[in-house]
Ligand binder design. Structure first.
Ligand code: SF4
Length: 418
């Protein structure tokens, strides 16, 4: 049996895409290798890199692979190396120039083509995605927003919503296969809309339809855009008993002028109002956000506004990144990357200090409460250690359990199984 290995960079959408690649190889009787060493004695091995372009660092890791690939191919000249994912926004000519040791460049939209690269006898019959206890279900792909710093619309194209019937089929299958944590995914998941027999189904309605599928499972979604977060969606979230009370709501900056420059069509005031409404409807919801520090022209004073919003909203988690210009984006073309690396790092540290404080305080409020847990995560997506069960990740694996919180740390909780 030949072997393959996938390295995935980036977000959950890329992980979901890697599941599709896995299915192609599994159907072709390929075996997943544990590491690169296992590919060295194989006759038809494949090494796949599913890439991310959101940050320069992620691309640099791929551009830095040449030396490693020379060594691997020296040891096994049969090795075939494939690049797919968001770095396909570069032209194939440029990729071939900069990554001469890759054999194939495959657009994720045409990923079924991968099967054509496999040896004739091993070609797959059809493509199915694997299911785990967490199932990543893409409901749309691409984005129409063109935030000035973001390469996603260039890499993935315009937003296309998947048919409602196909999404419901995917969820039903995942639940039947044992999934208990269903993630609905899209670059702007809440702008989903699909015409079904002259009726337009929007995201809140889709959420209700998924909620109505029989079975015991959580529903989560990523990533929503604040501009598409309607009152109807809040009502649907609060009304769907399967919706797990966790949401990542990217704000990106706490300053209106910077938001405008980023091409984010909402204000800080709108965001604050939105959070207020969400918390009113679901008081126990756990909230995280995404932030970019050091966007071109971001002054100290403008950054202080982001600190202020961090203090005010009191997030439980935040994904903070330093701005890096992405090729072909409007920000890279028209704005100077004028905040120094040192300053960006400093701003990131300052936000992290606030976050540590608010995350701990939010966790401390949970002491004494009983929460629903699946493996090592609470419904609010917090890491939890169950202390009165030996090897909980083995003995109560993939089961919903109720846990009383006894201890709170900054990034995790401890509790006892009831
Ligand atoms: S909404 Fe903005 S940040 Fe999100 S994928 Fe679209 S362009 Fe990128």
């Amino acid at each position: 049996m030949s072997k393959y290995l996938i390295t995935t960079f980036g977000c959950q959408a890329n992980m979901a895409d890697s599941d599709k690649i896995t299915a192609i190889f599994n159907k072709a009787n390929y075996q997943n290798a544990k590491d690169e060493d296992e590919l060295l004695s194989d006759k038809n091995p494949f090494l796949i890199f599913n890439t991310c372009s959101v940050r320069q660092k992620a691309e640099d890791r791929v551009f830095g692979l040449n030396k490693k690939l020379i060594e691997l191919k020296d040891k096994n000249p049969n090795l075939k190396v494939v690049l797919t994912g968001c770095m396909m926004h570069y032209s194939e000519k440029e990729l071939k120039n900069r990554l001469p040791h890759f054999d194939y460049f495959v657009d994720m939209k045409k990923i079924k083509k991968l099967s054509g690269l496999l040896p004739e006898t091993l070609k797959p019959k059809d493509v199915q995605t694997k299911t785990d206890v967490s199932a990543l279900i893409p409901i749309s792909n691409g984005c129409n927003n063109f935030c000035t710093y973001c390469v996603v619309p260039l890499a993935r194209g315009r937003e296309i919503s998947k048919a409602v019937i196909d999404i419901l089929k995917d969820v039903r299958k995942a639940v039947a296969d044992g999934a208990k944590d269903i993630w609905l995914l899209g670059q702007t998941v809440n702008s989903y809309r699909y015409n079904l027999k002259s009726k337009e189904i929007k995201f809140p309605e889709l959420l209700r339809l998924v909620n109505a599928i029989p079975g015991d499972f959580w529903i989560r979604f990523a990533s929503p855009h604040p501009k598409d977060f309607s009152d109807e969606l809040i009502k649907a979230m609060a009304g769907c008993e399967k919706f797990a009370h966790y949401i990542n709501l990217p704000i990106q900056s706490g300053n209106n002028a910077i938001l405008k420059k980023m091409g984010r069509p909402y204000t800080v005031e709108h965001y604050k109002k939105l959070v207020k409404k969400i918390r009113k409807a679901m008081p126990e919801i756990s909230l995280s956000t995404d932030i970019i520090v050091g966007f071109p022209g971001e002054t100290r004073k403008q950054f202080e506004d982001t600190k202020k919003i961090f203090e005010e909203i009191r997030f439980s988690m935040a994904f903070i990144s330093e701005y890096s210009p992405r090729p072909k984006t409007a920000a890279a073309k028209y704005f100077k990357d004028d905040v120094s690396h040192k300053e960006k790092e400093g701003r990131k540290d300052e936000l992290n200090e606030i976050l540590k404080k608010t995350a701990l305080e939010n966790n401390q409020k949970l002491i004494g409460q009983t929460v629903k847990v699946l493996n090592d995560r609470t419904e609010g997506n917090k890491l939890i250690k169950i202390t009165n069960v030996r090897h909980p990740m083995f003995n109560i694996k993939n089961e919903f359990v109720m846990v009383k919180i006894l201890k709170a740390k900054t990034w995790s909780l401890e509790g006892k199984l009831l």
